[in-house]
Design a protein around this ligand. Sequence first.
Ligand code: FAD
Ligand code: DLZ
Ligand code: SF4
Length: 514
Amino acid sequence: MTETVLRVILGDQLSTRLEVVAGADKARDVFLIAEVMAEATYVRHHVKKIAFLFSAMRHFAEALRAAGYAVRYVTLEDPENTQSLDGEILRAVETLQPARVVVTEPGEWRLREGFEALRLALGAPLEILPDTRFLCDHATFDAWAEGRRELRMEFFYREMRRRHDILIEPDGKPTGGRWNFDAENRKPPKAGLTSPPRISFRKDAITLEVLELVRRRFPDGYGRLEPFHFAVTRRQALRELDHFIANILPGFGDYQDAMVAGEPYLRHSLLAAYINAGLLYPLEVCRRAEAAYRAGQAPLNAAEGFIRQILGWREFVRGIYWRFMPDYATRNALDAHEPLPWFYWSGETRMACVREALAHTYDHAYSHHIQRLMITGNFALLAGLDPAEVHEWYLAVYADAYEWVELPNTLGMALHADGGLVASKPYAASGAYIRRMSNFCGGCAYDATVAVGEGACPFNALYWDFVARHRERFGGNARMPYVYANWDKMGEARQTALRDQAQAHLVAMREGRL
Ligand code: FAD
Ligand code: DLZ
Ligand code: SF4
């Protein structure tokens, strides 16, 4: 046994401010970072996500070495690689005989359980440190949640604003007199709305080597590997943040919910992949947005809307995940069992909106929130797709996807499969919503203004079928009375025609004709 502390850093923990790094002793300790097949294949990850993480991990290891630390970096093709995180920790313990092993709490339940089990097999004590990048720890979330009849993001968010003193005036009131400016953030796209230019980064030797590795080792992986524009170091991610704050944040609010063909990014930040992997800290991102507002460089509806996503939604869904796992992953409150149609992977569908969202996903490992929620998520909700299969798809295809954030967004927000824990009403919408908020319908084989018959937009009949089949659950929902009033006004003949049309769409979906 030596005095060495083995300090394990997972692929999405690339932050020097974490105690596992900040508490290290250069003369004594060794970092372990490992590329392993188990993590690269537990879902069919987008190849850009694998390349982004491997390149960022290698750059992070280089930076630690340059700062004088000892790093045991295991590459995917190292012949000794056991290809699992447990295996690599065990192998390092055997070789280095450390006095103890330290790791930051992982972001997924399966790994935290795995590490608890590993304790027994390790010949050294294992310490699991809290992940201090988050702004609300487990105990604080649980204390907030305890005894509440409903857990609503909006109230959680207000407490987070107060606790972290973000957009709060000296008298304790919210800046601008309101907590939430969302009503100003729902503008449909104006003609000619495009994405402002984005910065991209020159690929260095490390990234080029990783791209070659991923091309060779994941030939059947999902998604387009190149062009590859991701930031792979903190310095690059900070440049991406600077660019967003200066050039894009001012328009973030107005067009947050808009969707435009051929424009995957619009005014979104693209920062989730970097925040989630540790290259940026959520608090610094929020403070930058607040500072831009206070300096008169961004309107309040933009800064507040952006901060709410990070300080509110991001922390809230993480709290829900850890409070309700592992049961949460198995929830299926709407009893949905339809298998995921193949077009989610192939992109081959006649529905232009779905095709567009899937093309962004395949090409960029990205699709902005409203496309995730109101196109691919909404379709899955209306068609009654199996939540577990939909969850696996979302976990695979986005560069920012980790279960702690993806699962509550998919099961809770998009599919209402958690019975209303995350969202008080289902995010169900017909073709009219998509037609208003996008320009997709112009290029579609279907007609958003038609619900039954030739060319009927699938979102219409599927929407009404969803409303009708879940009347028992949603009929009394205080936010949905007008929906059921409209359904009742239609009369039986129209109702039957809509429900038959919905069944026809489902048959077409199963037969690959939708
Ligand atoms: P922006 O629109 O610029 O938002 C700013 C930041 O706010 C994001 O970078 C992110 O950190 C945070 N944020 C925004 N919305 C959410 C939200 N609902 N939950 C948590 N954080 C949020 N986000 C992920 O990070 N990983 C996922 O795997 C993921 N899966 C999703 C699955 C579904 C079905 C849905 C509806 C949403 C999902 N989201 C996920 C939330 C959100 O869509 C993404 O965070 C966002 O699209 C990332 O793009 P952006 O960085 O340009 O975000
Ligand atoms: C996503 C991912 C991938 C693709 N590869 C690795 C890897 O080789 N080594 C590693 O330490 N982490 C990887 N990750 C991130 C982990 O899956 C992530 O830490 C868990 O999902 C918990 O959030
Ligand atoms: Fe989507 Fe319907 Fe519009 Fe086609 S018509 S793009 S399916 S909403």
